[in-house]
Design a protein. Sequence first.
Length: 320
Amino acid sequence: MHPHITLRQLEVFVAVARLGSVSAAARHLSLSQSATSQALSDLERQLGVTLFERPGRRLTLNDMGHRLLPRAERLQEDVAELVAAAEEPDEGLRGSLAISASATIGTYLLPPLAGEFGGEHPGVDLRLRLRNTGEVIADVQRFNADLGLIEGRCHEPGLASESWCDDRMEIVCAPGHALAGQGHLGDDDLAREHWILREPGSGSREVLEAAVLPRLPRLRVRMELGQHEAIKQAVGAGLGLGCLSRLSVQGELARGELVALRHDLPLTRHFSLVWHPDRYRSPLWQAFKVFLVESRERFQPPPEPRGGDVGEAQGPRSER
């Protein structure tokens, strides 16, 4: 005899898996705690398996729970799509996507793309979350995000990823900084100068350290700041050098508020799309991924300059 599993039981299972406790799931679903607990117990009894480890009050998915969660989410998505198709059969794509993006992508690339995609598909809700690269990967691993966009490549063996587009980092200083007139950054400067950088775990910090630390034992990091704007303000005040995406400093370079320094460091990086292979990828997910891939040519930087041509590609300077 097939078990009689209800949509409510699946909804409870997914909510408990995502939120980690019966009480949190009950609040999320506007149910009583006893009704939530009973629905979860009924589901496990009908399936003949346990889905969670229960250390203390927190519930953690066991191996079977991890195996069944994507299928439960897929059933929920199928029902939501069925209802949406019945209500508005000609509306096109509908539903929601949870997207985690690292700082540069989430600040400078994703908002206009999300606005454009939402304008084409008014029935779609894109929920964007701004994180650093390590946190984005964690969101995808824990099923808190349908899709992640990160700075750099993903090396987590349990996740799927593909390169999206390229970005180039710029080393910048204040117009009044001693290096602004020199215009070029040598190895002695790398070792001597103070740096204003993102926190460890961010994509931009990893790119700079991968390029510099083979030459030097360490960088003299004066400040670690979590926001691009804060770094630009500190660098503009003369507190040190910064290393930021060209996407984030184009305006300041054009206005002469910051100066880009010539260098021979490999600071071109990749942006990547990341997802969990066991998570259900709905038609909406597929459509948004195709849209991102087709849009990437807009953001490709020109080829990285080399040798004496480096300065020509860095944009206007306030001093020479």
